[in-house]
Design a protein around this ligand. Structure first.
Ligand code: CP
Length: 304
């Protein structure tokens, strides 16, 4: 594997190995503190980010490497009209690996075709977010110790939520999973993904709109925000933005061993009162994102 553009670039065995490495990093941090000495990660963020960019940067620092890049394309020569291809060719002269976020679906793939160093898709439009999926899988491994035999609820903006698309793609390769897809009618999963799910033998799924009706059967609840930046008009966003609000009251009917995940940032879909519930895992999930990205950087740089 030279690049990570889509979670399906990795086999189930490669994902298992990466998770194994991430857990070893968690348990033996010092062992990894110089693994990337002399190597440089470039973070090119053409779209806003807190967790993804900073966890990549923290990951490279904890591996003893260096970081450069930009977090606002408006301060780069993109603002003068430079193409993604030319930007990538330039940054390849200064770095050993690039993590890139872009609002256009497919931009990291185009970049990988021009690059001489590994490219990591750190989110492309409403399409994919494979390193969030690796984060989500490490969280599920740490919290449930299995990817099989579970009912997983995905709630919120399933149309534009790229983290949902990538995680469904990843989980469809495990066994005996039931997905409950909870969203307003207008924000249901894209048709291409529904067709893939219908053809998949490992999973079953249902589409519903009421979180309260679904909550009692879930082993994992993956909450997402309504993706304002992907809407074509503000009126639709305002109408749909508060479709869900997970509260202590909603959780009265939930399983004791439910695990609540959210890629963050959240807006109103999880009340702050839920943060102290032992079932809330979303801030642990944020921390796991750093460790899985450390493992990924090492893998793509072919560092043992
Ligand atoms: N989960 C995630 O992608 O968060 P950021 O947008 O803050 O990077």
């Amino acid at each position: 594997m030279k690049n990570l553009i889509d979670i399906r670039d990795m086999s189930v065995e490669e994902i298992d190995q990466l998770i194994h490495t991430a857990i070893d990093i968690i348990e033996n941090k010092e062992k990894y503190s110089k693994k990337c000495k002399g190597k440089t990660l470039a973070t090119l963020f053409f779209e806003p980010s807190t967790r993804t960019r900073l966890s990549f940067e923290a990951a490279m620092f904890e591996l003893g490497g260096n970081v450069l890049g930009f977090h606002d394309a408006g301060t780069s020569s993109t603002a003068k009209g430079e193409s993604v291809s030319d930007t990538i060719r330039t940054v390849c002269c200064y770095s050993d690996i690039i993590a890139m976020r872009h609002p256009k679906e497919g931009a990291p793939l185009v970049a990988s075709q021009k690059a001489s160093v590994p490219i990591i898709n750190a989110g492309d439009g409403g399409h994919n977010h494979p390193t969030q999926t690796l984060t989500d899988l490490l969280t599920i491994k740490m919290e449930k110790n299995s990817f099989n035999n579970m009912t997983v609820g995905f709630c919120g903006d399933l149309k534009f939520g790229r983290t949902v698309h990538s995680l469904i793609n990843a989980l469809m390769r495990y066994e005996n999973l039931h997905f409950v897809l909870i969203s307003p009618q207008e924000l249901r999963i894209p048709e291409y993904l529904r067709s893939e799910m219908e053809a998949n033998k490992n999973i079953t799924f249902e589409e519903v709109s009421d979180l309260n009706d679904a909550i009692s059967k879930l082993d994992i609840l993956y909450m997402t925000r309504v993706q304002r930046e992907r809407f074509f008009n503000e009126a639709d966003y305002i109408r749909l933005k508060d479709s869900y609000n997970l509260t202590k009251k909603t959780l009265l009917n939930a399983k004791e061993d439910l695990k609540i995940l959210h890629p963050l940032p959240r807006v109103n879909e999880i009340s702050a009162e839920v943060d102290d519930d032992p079932r809330a895992c979303y801030f642990k999930q944020t921390l796991y994102g750093k460790y899985i990205r450390m493992a990924l950087i090492m893998k793509l740089l072919k560092i043992e």
